[in-house]
Design a protein around this ligand. Structure first.
Ligand code: NAP
Length: 435
């Protein structure tokens, strides 16, 4: 028998659990830990609430979670309730699938002004992550600024721009829907330090900006390189750039019909946040030029008004005592998934915050191949029996997968019309729903 602990129940965690089941069948026991009482990580709290089709992948994780070999151990924080060293004593392999839940900082002056948020916090707020449910962003100003030109920036722009009606069928949480309904925003400026050929936005997600009820995307055609230059781009990026060209060709009268202007500000490197009475009021930007693919400052500085700013510039993993951490890269120090003997990482915790949900599948299967090579037939470790004793001694209030299904039922029952669920946004309510 092999005993495996996986820390984190998001895509990386469940693909790894699935791979362990495929690898060893009945000869493995897998415990999937999560600090929250609810599973699925980024599927629940990261993927945009109006992208329900992407969330359907959780059906696959549920199948794994309900298999004989796999167990969900929710409401247990590794590093606080149980240490990595303790898990290593009990399990043949401990695999960190903790994702990258923290925002990278821009490290420019003025970050302490109110109403500046990182995307982890802002996305967590509209998705009901208990850690960010109280964020209370002030949406009463006219100008929003979103920094970064990746898909997270697009999610945030879309959520800031949609009407209440456009959220039909989504699972955006009630507090966010209410706040967005009262929003006074008229411009959303997307600030990118490089140019149209360097965006990280994928075509399907970028194309959604064309179909918003009350917002329309503006691109200055002078920012676009000559059309012939697009030939060198890989097909996905070429499609995205073609969309930017379509945005630049939208006639002024169409823009005029929409309340919100989504402005693309290319070649724009954030220099400082400016504020008034403790709250952000503007973003200072330096114009850039691109040299060998890198943004280089030109010395030309300007300001744009900003009543709320969301930085969408990437994420970092959270260090846990007992696992060496690469501070510069913001993830666990690892050699293709191996951290230390018996300790592994997978997904964003291993490679940083890039790729789609599906990228985690080969990652999960890959790490199980390493574990299989390293542990052979397993050992005399006690696995879940040993953990249960420890949990009992520490009076940990463990949430099982069946418990989660009760929480899920309660969330589904509380859904407003047309929505799949109304999420609980604090841990106490989640626990209360299952007791
Ligand atoms: P991302 O794709 O890496 O984009 C980050 C953006 O931030 C880039 O435009 C980057 O510009 C910019 N940036 C980084 N540091 C900066 C700085 N110091 N100053 C100014 N700009 C800076 O990351 P992401 O948007 O967080 O997305 C993470 C991953 O999740 C991606 O793989 C993404 O595709 C995926 N995702 C997918 C979906 C979807 O498929 N629907 C939705 C959300 C996220 P540079 O390029 O110049 O560094």
């Amino acid at each position: 028998m092999r005993h495996i602990a996986i820390v984190g129940s998001g895509p990386a965690g469940y693909y790894t659990a699935e791979a362990a089941g495929k690898q060893w069948g009945e000869d493995v026991r897998v415990d999937v830990f999560d600090s929250l009482p609810v599973p699925y990580g980024l599927i629940r709290t990261g993927v945009a609430p109006d992208h329900q089709s992407i969330k359907k992948v959780s059906v696959r994780y549920e199948k794994t979670a309900l298999s004989e070999e796999v167990r969900f151990v929710g409401n247990v924080q590794v590093g606080r309730d149980v240490s990595i060293a303790e898990l290593q004593e009990l399990y043949d392999a401990v695999i960190l699938a903790t994702g990258a839940p923290h925002d990278r900082n821009l490290d420019i002056p003025g970050e302490d002004f109110a109403n500046i948020f990182g995307s982890a916090a802002f996305v967590g707020w509209y998705n009901g992550h208990p850690q960010f449910a109280d964020l209370a962003p002030d949406l009463s100003g006219r100008h929003a600024v979103v920094i970064g030109m990746g898909n997270v920036a697009l999610d945030v722009v879309r959520i800031l721009s949609k009407t209440e009606g456009e959220f039909a069928g989504s699972d955006i949480v009630a507090h966010a829907l209410d706040a967005l309904h009262g929003s006074e925003i008229e411009t959303v400026t997307i600030v990118g330090r490089r140019g149209p050929h360097q965006i990280m936005m994928t075509p399907k997600e970028l194309g959604e900006l064309m179909h918003l009820e009350r917002a329309s995307p503006h691109v200055d055609k002078n920012d676009l390189p000559p059309g012939a230059d697009d030939a060198i781009l890989e097909p996905g990026l070429r499609k995205s750039v073609t969309l930017l060209r379509d945005f630049a060709a939208i006639p002024e009268n169409i823009h005029g019909e929409k309340r919100i202007a989504i402005e693309f500000d290319f070649f724009a490197s954030p220099k400082a946040f400016k504020g008034k009475d403790g709250k952000v009021s503007a973003l200072e930007i330096e114009r850039t030029t691109i040299e060998k693919g890198r943004a280089v400052g030109t010395g030309e500085v300007y300001e744009i008004p900003a009543d709320i700013i969301v930085t969408c510039i990437g994420y970092r993993s959270s260090p846990i005592e007992g696992a060496p951490f690469d501070e510069r890269a913001g993830r666990f120090a690892n050699d293709d998934g191996r951290i230390l003997p018996g300790l592994y990482c997978v997904g964003w915790a291993k490679r940083g915050p890039t790729g789609t949900i599906g990228t985690n599948r080969p990652d999960g299967y890959g790490v199980i191949e390493l574990v299989a090579d390293d542990i052979g037939n397993g050992s005399r470790n006690r696995g879940r029996a040993g953990f249960d004793e420890l949990a009992e001694k520490r009076r940990l209030d463990i949430v099982t997968f069946r418990d989660w299904q009760k929480i899920e039922q309660a969330e589904n029952a509380a859904a407003r019309d047309g929505s799949p669920r109304e999420k609980f946004v604090d841990i106490e309510s989640m626990i209360a729903a299952l007791r």
